[in-house]
Design a protein around this ligand. Structure first.
Ligand code: F3S
Length: 295
């Protein structure tokens, strides 16, 4: 059996960095550790961290916390949230992804310079809510070209992107604004990690007979990987952990591919690999070698 692990499977740089900061804090930090929202969207990892004493809180809970430290996740938060934590005198571990922080800085500086900020993205996404919290005037959050009504009333616009937005949509919205507004400054702040993971998953799915996608059943980036892999490899399955894998089915194939969503920790991928290797060993030990004999 040959197992191919797709390039870029699992954590992106920003999430890996945030998880390391949580782990370092657990090993050396205060007794009480809070994260503003889940640091990872993986249920098993969230449960593992909860067992170690990491508590998830919402922004409105800050006022009720008097000790411990607060970790900001990779999506980042608005300036007002940071100020609220500082006001309580609580230490902050800032695990905002550097690429997200770059968006926040552009929003802050261009807002101060008098530009109307446009964020191309989903208004309900925590990263967009956080970036919007770095301008004094609220940003316009645009997710569709049909939301540009009266855009020409602004003289100067600065456009940034949610890091995970689809590039073609970003370009389409930028072109439409550019044709209607006097001065437009555009920062393509899209992060390439998602597109790279998807391209690598597609490449692996094309090469194998059976493809395993590991990640949360409610994770949208994992579901996207499943769809991409299915379009190249009919025998694609989506699992959260080794317990969901039909090992007897997998053993029917010689060439198997694996990829994982952006919030799937390495230890879950490792468990799947070990389970498959174990099953393969058992299968090999049980092989009955038949020697053909002449009648
Ligand atoms: Fe950062 Fe890109 Fe991941 S913005 S959190 S490295 S998807």
């Amino acid at each position: 059996m040959e197992i191919i692990i797709a390039d870029k499977a699992g954590y992106c740089f920003g999430i890996e960095n945030a998880m390391k900061m949580v782990q370092d804090t657990l090993e050396s930090g205060p007794e009480k550790i809070y994260t503003l929202g889940p640091i990872s969207h993986n249920t098993q990892e969230t449960e593992r961290l909860a067992d170690q004493g990491v508590t998830i809180i919402a922004d409105e809970d800050i006022v009720n916390i008097d000790s411990g430290c607060i970790i900001l996740r990779s999506h980042g938060v608005g300036k007002n949230i940071i100020e609220a934590i500082k006001k309580k005198g609580l230490p902050i571990i800032n695990a905002t992804c550097p690429f997200v922080r770059a968006v926040q800085k552009k929003v802050e500086s261009h807002d101060a310079a008098g530009y109307q900020i446009v964020i191309v993205g989903n208004k309900d996404h925590p990263e967009v809510i956080g970036a919007n919290g770095w301008c004094r005037e609220k940003a316009l959050i645009i997710n569709d070209i049909n939301q540009l009504e009266n855009i020409e009333r602004y003289d100067r616009i600065c456009i940034v992107a949610q890091t995970t937005i689809i590039e073609s949509r970003f370009n389409e919205i930028c072109d439409a604004i550019r044709s209607r507004v006097n001065e437009v400054v555009i920062f393509n702040t899209i992060c390439s990690a998602t597109a790279e993971r998807q391209a690598a998953a597609a490449k692996t799915a094309k090469e194998v007979e059976y493809m395993i996608v590991i990640g949360g059943y409610h994770s949208s980036n994992t579901q996207k990987l499943v769809d991409i892999c299915k379009s190249h490899c009919e025998k694609t399955c989506h699992i959260e952990t080794i317990r969901d894998l039909d090992l007897s089915e997998v053993m029917k194939y010689q060439k198997i591919g694996i990829t994982a969503g952006a919030s799937t920790p390495d230890w879950i991928v490792k468990e799947v690999l070990e389970g498959m290797e174990e099953q393969n060993k058992i299968a090999e030990e049980n092989v009955v070698v038949e020697v053909a004999t002449e009648e």
